[in-house]
Design a protein around this ligand. Structure first.
Ligand code: IMP
Ligand code: MG
Length: 178
């Protein structure tokens, strides 16, 4: 199925499931190559749930752990410009080597919020891995260590990403048709 309709909008396939799986493999290999000691992956819910699950199965570093935070900034197809913290870190992560797992980095306000939350926790190191990145929308200068694929300023759904909560279960990534 090439095109789908969600709510009132039409989307077309942009990144197929097989391309996604190649991108995920590359990110996992790059993370594994860094041999980070006892990494604590922190996945940003809800969008990163499939990406985090697929990445974790490819991680071969000993004593890798995963935890979750839940943040929200989007309404419909646009950022609200504000980040709500729905579920926080909730555990002692002092001294840990953290790797953030994000579905997509757009303006960077979510990433900035995560960095400010981690700054209070006295972690040893923070690295950032994102499946997708919109370089033309990015307004921050926080380094992103692992980028799966840079895309245009399109609104995308599927593989965890949603349009008002719908579309997360789609195996391919679709972009809004205009
Ligand atoms: P940022 O804070 O503007 O960088 O946006 C990051 C968050 O907004 C992501 O974790 C997503 O949850 C959401 N988001 C950004 N772009 C898109 C998109 O194209 N489709 C769906 N969600 C998006
Ligand atoms: Mg998200």
């Amino acid at each position: 199925m090439k095109k789908i309709k969600i709510h009132n909008k039409t989307f077309e396939v942009s990144i197929t499931d097989s391309e996604i799986s190649e991108i995920v493999d590359t990110i996992a290999n790059n993370i594994n190559a860094k041999k980070i000691k006892a990494p604590l992956f922190i996945a940003v819910m809800n969008g990163a749930f499939l990406f985090a699950a697929d990445i974790m199965r490819k991680i071969t570093i000993p004593n890798a752990e995963i935890s979750f935070i839940k943040l929200s900034s989007y309404s419909g197809t646009k950022t609200t410009g504000k980040v709500n913290e729905l579920i926080g870190i909730g555990q002692n992560i002092k001294g840990r080597n953290v790797i953030i797992l994000e579905d997509i980095i757009d303006t960077g306000i979510t990433l900035e919020k995560i960095m400010s939350l981690l700054a209070k926790e006295e972690v040893a190191d923070v690295k950032v891995a994102t499946l997708l990145f919109k370089p033309k929308a990015y307004t921050k200068d926080i380094d992103i260590d692992f980028i799966g694929k840079s895309i245009a300023n399109d609104f995308v759904i599927g593989y965890g990403l949603d349009y008002d909560e719908i579309g997360r279960n789609l195996p391919h990534i679709y972009k809004l048709k205009n």
